[in-house]
Design a protein around this ligand. Structure first.
Ligand SMILES: [Zn+2]
Length: 215
């Protein structure tokens, strides 16, 4: 469970065996299709890969097993997007952030397959890596790609929280690349008061607040 500073929100994570957090029963899931489509005020089950809603109107949740889970926090809104190489290439991060016409406060990036583990064909590399200044050819860094896309789009500073864990290397997370599993890690964004306890508060995240990033 990762607390988003000064927002009253946390990002929950449930991986192998459902640990360590319990998924809220009313979490909202989309029918993810590797698209770049964002739904505003979802009811759940829409064919889309991102959603945005006013705070207090639902718990956005994502299912991933190597793709990058992205959460966005504004003053009045929250959002989530499932970003694999197809989604990134199609602009899902840009679509998510530009869904709300106010400054982005936090971008929260969950566990995904790391660059070292994610070898891809030339076609995939060229599709997704167009914004990379440099990079290892035939490997894609989903996390760095998402950050660069968000930074290119946002003129204002935003806080960045990286839950840096490689799904393929971690034994507590599902990874399609590791064993073609049909199971998925679940991540969600909810009000902190909904969490019954916070066992591992921000223990494995790298957090850069807007203030620090100015230096
Ligand atoms: Zn890795």
């Amino acid at each position: 469970m990762t607390v988003i500073p000064e927002t009253g929100l946390y990002a929950g994570l449930s991986g192998v065996n459902g640990k360590p957090d319990e998924v809220p029963g009313d979490a909202l899931f989309l029918n993810q299709t590797h698209s770049n489509r964002i739904v505003i005020n979802p009811i759940g089950g829409e064919n889309a890969d991102g959603m945005v809603m006013p705070r207090g109107f639902g718990i956005p949740a994502l299912k991933v097993a190597d793709c990058l889970p992205v959460f966005a926090v504004w003053d009045e809104y929250i959002g989530a997007a499932h970003a694999g190489w197809k989604g990134l290439a199609g602009g899902i991060v840009e679509n998510l952030i530009s869904s709300v016409d106010s400054p982005l406060r936090w971008l929260v990036l969950g566990p995904c397959i790391c660059c070292e583990c994610y070898s891809v064909g030339k076609d995939v590399f060229e599709a997704v890596a167009q914004v990379e200044a440099e990079g290892q050819s035939h490997r894609v860094d989903l996390r760095a790609n998402a950050i660069r896309r968000a930074s290119n789009l946002c003129k204002e500073q935003f806080g960045l929280i990286n839950i840096e864990e490689c799904t393929k290397e971690s034994t507590s997370l599902y990874s399609y690349r590791r064993n073609a599993t049909a199971s998925r890690n679940i991540l969600w964004l909810a009000e902190t008061e909904r969490g019954e306890h916070i066992p591992h508060l921000n223990s494995e995240m790298e957090c850069t607040s807007p203030e620090r990033r100015k230096n």
